[in-house]
Design a protein around this ligand. Structure first.
Ligand SMILES: [Zn+2]
Length: 149
């Protein structure tokens, strides 16, 4: 129902976080079962869920039906706050930046790419987004490359 006056045209942010307004990432409910701490993970109502990926926003998962789980309820809360990059292989953004400094970032990325290729990663349960982190490696590299050395 797109018309020139529809609100969609005026609100380009998809599934915005109700707290901070950041665009939400769709997440499978199975990721919530793995991420939300016991015993709250046993009673997650069926819904379409989104993750607020902004590290300093208190909200973790939310649904378009008004259900909310805070980041503090998640097993990875401390890692999110610390700026984690790869949840499967325990690599922080700081670790990867240090590797870029030390010129051994390629080896780390090759390892992650290879494990992902052969199916030894665990993104859907380890990563709060349920997504592969390889795109995030590129983001860190881009930020790093644009910084004055
Ligand atoms: Zn948020």
């Amino acid at each position: 129902m797109a018309s020139c006056c529809s609100t969609e045209n005026h609100n380009p942010v998809k599934n915005p976080c109700p707290v901070c307004g950041t665009a939400g990432k769709a997440v499978a409910i199975s990721s919530l079962y793995h991420q939300i701490r016991f015993p709250d993970n046993l009673t997650v109502p069926a819904a379409d869920y989104y993750l607020c990926a902004k590290p300093d926003c208190a909200l973790g998962y939310y649904s378009d039906t008004g259900l909310c789980f805070k980041k503090s309820q998640l097993r990875e809360a401390e890692h999110i706050a610390a700026g984690w990059l790869c949840y499967c292989f325990d690599i922080s953004k700081a670790d990867y930046r240090a590797a870029l400094d030390n010129r051994n970032a390629d080896e780390i990325k090759k390892f992650v790419i290879e494990q992902t290729r052969i199916g030894s990663c665990a993104c859907s349960s380890r990563n709060p987004s349920g997504q592969c982190c390889l795109a995030d490696f590129k983001r860190v590299e881009k930020v790093y490359a644009n910084e004055p050395q």
